[in-house]
Design a protein around this ligand. Sequence first.
Ligand SMILES: [Zn+2]
Length: 453
Amino acid sequence: MRTLRAVRYSSCISAIALALLAFPAAAAAEPFFPRAGNKGYEVRRYEVQLAYRPQQEGRIDANTMVAATATAPLERLSLDFFGPRVLEVRVGGERASFRRRPGKLLVRPRREIEEGSSFAVVVRYSGVPPKIVDPDGTPEGWLRTDDGVIAVGEPQGTAAWIPCNNVPADKAPFHFEITVPRGLKAVANGRRRFVQGNARTETFTWVERAPMSTYLAVLNIGRGRLVKERIGRLPSWTLVDPRMERASRKPLALLPEIVRFQSRLFGGYPFESAGSIVDYAPDVGYALETQSRPIYTFVPERTLLVHETAHQWFGDSVGLERWPNIWLNEGLATWTEWYYAERHGGRSAQQIFEALYRVPASKESFWNPPSGHPGGPEHLFATSVYVRGAMAVQALRQKIGTKPLLRVLRRWATEHRHGSANVKQFIALAEQVSDRNLERLFDRWLYQRGKPR
Ligand SMILES: [Zn+2]
């Protein structure tokens, strides 16, 4: 994620105990969101067709196709969906019966789907998708702005407007066809394919061919100039709210250098397109590393661009197996900010580490929860996940050296490119590259409560 404009120092009262109380089913596939995710299939592709009608109270009329492969015989199946009224569901072209449950769309196809077979579910729905409030109180899902919409989904909000298998590890390519009234623009992930229009509307088609976790889907509808540029051979699309255009020009012009710097560091940029979305949404207040095209709800500074760009490798390309592994996203992206500063005439990562290490152990909320163990969904984006998380990377650098650390990061990005991974695998790779036992270091920095000694 999600990087707030101002760093929050959230209080943490026994996060683990709270999480256990809230989620007794800790053995569920997704420990932080046990209701998310669906059994019996893997998604191969999403196609989202959506018309936005601001004159009709911001209603959408949408059709989403979820193509999947059955991993078990399926008499029934479910999708995660918080969205508006479902009008029709078809499976394999035939009308299927369906029911709604909180956060779920339950579907019973006409005939059983055989294990191993491919099938497509088409859901037609209409209405205003909801805003979702996260366990930590921040808004996501379908967020209305004064000139359109921001749809963002970390960790759960994509199911507000797309019926999906809403767990990070079930990645799939996405195809978006978004129709808006003339004068508005619609931007999503990936490459722009076509713009078609008539006197009243325009349809923007965007295609993200690389596998994408559902929470990284983005849709921005609003006024502004949609600009296509190139970073070397990489096409880059940027939409900026006219009110923020002047102030955004300078920081956004740094993106090509940031992408090149990180591509040299971590290995080739993982996607077919890049870009930025800057939209005016003061009540959202955070930035998000939406795949190939991060979104900012305020004018971004250079450090934030560095952070969200680093996520293209760490979080987007190398995805999370499960949410409690969030350190792999935020620890690595925050450390990249520090290293970028070090290599661009700023303070060194070690100096930043030392300044932060002076924070006394008595400042509990700075050191807890430990970044490898956020404890519950309300702490997914706690300050310690970011700051202590980046300190853990710097502590690893102190132990094994700069070159071996960079080798670890590069191999991590390469070996799990477009996949999903967990913290245990990261530790194993660091041990392999450095040829050292790092169990105590990671235990102290990632898992023990309080200030690591
Ligand atoms: Zn982040």
